[in-house]
Ligand binder design. Structure first.
Ligand SMILES: Cc1cc2nc3c(=O)[nH]c(=O)nc-3n(C[C@H](O)[C@H](O)[C@H](O)COP(=O)(O)OP(=O)(O)OC[C@H]3O[C@@H](n4cnc5c(N)ncnc54)[C@H](O)[C@@H]3O)c2cc1C
Length: 411
């Protein structure tokens, strides 16, 4: 069958979620010929409307330079354990993004901006075929959307398919299951949540929410409340039951999230595995497809923005250097950037996960109390623990059980 359309591209981006949309906008801004493929019929259609909140570390300059759409910023978050709570003032702002199909969502807005700069977007792509040469390089891709067949001849490919990526295997990436960990969320979006704007509230309860947490956030009149748990817990009871049991047991939370009559239910998650490398020949994996997410809290939008931006930037820098072969240096530069910036913190979060999972409510209360007595320094202790080892040692010496758990996590 003749292809309906043939396109040459410097970069083909597979997936127009957070990571793919940012990669597309960055690539077009830097003059790369860009094609974006999206499985859903509409960008953002992979999730219902929700809010993601994330630490701004590393992405605030990217948000500014790409003029990304945000729902606002906040420097204050509230952390609660069953008998104590903490209000944390951070130096670096948290950023709120609308996600999903609305025109002001992070992904829709970025893809529209990329289209204005010449990106070609193909939606409704239900089938993809990568044609590899003898060395495993892919310079021809066939994509089917409805009755149409497209042929793309890319120099490089960015895989940004999110959690359910199906391209890594056919493209020769090697990976292994890291742990049988799947972090899942279940929650509701609503305009009626009784929270202050710019509000981030996190609730920890080792008995009602084992190995997880509940959070409620709101910005610009838009609220989202959700639980996040390890999927293994659902062998014991349904995810929705955890949500409602926690809400009903906690009058403060009940008050915050009730009257959500315009609520939209959202769920989803992230399965953990580790890639041996984020790149293979002329292909780069970004965002959750590259397992660039925080296994402690299940957050991934900052990692998606950061990796999408740096994948396209590394390729554009390499192409701009006018070297004849720009692909290999570009791919290498992306890997270096991720090794330097994102992978150390992800590895540290993996180490912290068993420690988090073993905390009892008594431990959680102790930690929140200690952070409260650290006052303004609490933010630094959480964000840069390695710079405050002496202070942390002093705290741990007062709590031998926590010291023992920390030692187990490090060793
Ligand atoms: C309920 C819930 C709440 C969350 N809350 C937060 C939060 O508060 N903060 C935070 O940082 N993170 C949060 N996350 C995680 C965050 O949403 C993800 O980490 C982030 O979206 C990952 O971005 P991504 O671009 O890698 O993948 P996605 O955003 O999942 O995008 C992947 C895209 O690729 C498309 N696609 C997939 N396969 C193909 C294919 N073969 N061809 C073409 N297109 C394809 C999909 O349709 C989708 O559009 C939450 C997740 C859930 C489920």
């Amino acid at each position: 069958m003749e292809a309906n359309s043939v396109a040459d591209a410097d970069v083909l981006i597979v997936g127009a979620g957070a990571a793919g949309a940012i990669a597309a906008l960055t690539a077009t801004k830097r003059g790369l010929r860009t094609v974006v493929l999206e499985r859903e019929n509409k960008v953002g259609g992979h999730t219902k409307t929700k809010i993601d909140v994330t630490e701004g570390t590393g992405i605030l300059p990217i948000i500014r330079s790409l003029e990304l759409k945000t729902l606002g910023y906040s420097n204050t978050s509230h952390w609660s354990a069953p008998n104590t709570s903490l209000t944390l003032h951070s130096k670096t702002s948290d950023v709120f993004f609308k996600r999903g199909p609305d025109s002001d969502s992070l992904e829709t807005h970025a893809v529209q901006a990329a289209k204005k700069r010449g990106a070609k977007l193909i939606t409704g792509v239900k089938k993809l075929e990568y044609l590899l040469d003898a060395k495993g390089y892919c310079s021809r891709v066939e994509a089917w959307s409805g009755q149409k067949r497209y042929e793309i001849r890319p120099q490089t490919i960015i895989i940004a398919e999110g959690d359910h990526t199906s391209s890594l295997d056919p493209l020769g990436f090697s990976w292994r299951k890291q742990e049988p960990l799947r972090i899942i969320g279940y929650g509701f979006s609503s305009r009626r949540m009784k929270l202050a704007s710019g509000s981030t509230n996190l609730f920890l309860d080792a008995e009602l929410l084992p190995k997880g947490y509940f959070y409620a956030i709101k910005n610009k009149g838009f609220g989202f409340a959700s639980i996040v748990l390890d999927a293994r817990q659902t062998a014991k009871k349904e995810l929705s039951e955890y949500y409602w049991d926690f809400v009903h047991a906690n009058p403060t939370v009940r008050e915050l999230v009730k009257t959500a009559t315009d609520a939209a239910y959202v769920d989803g998650g992230c399965t953990a595995y580790s890639l041996d490398s984020l790149t293979k020949n002329n292909i780069l994996a970004v965002g959750t497809a590259g397992r660039l997410f925080d296994p402690l809290f299940g957050y991934g939008v900052r990692q998606a923005i950061y990796s999408g931006y740096w994948a396209a930037t590394a390729l554009a820098d390499a192409k701009g250097s006018k070297q004849k072969d720009w692909i290999e240096p570009g791919i290498k530069q992306y890997e270096i950037e991720m090794q330097r910036q994102l992978l150390p913190e992800i590895r540290a979060a993996w180490k912290a996960r068993p420690l988090f999972e073993s905390l009892t409510n008594k431990d959680l209360n102790t930690i929140i109390r200690e952070l409260n007595s650290a006052g303004e320094g609490a933010d630094e202790l959480i964000e840069r623990p390695s710079a405050h080892l002496f202070k942390i040692m002093k705290i741990l010496l007062r709590h031998p059980r926590l010291a023992w758990l920390a030692l187990k996590a490090i060793s």
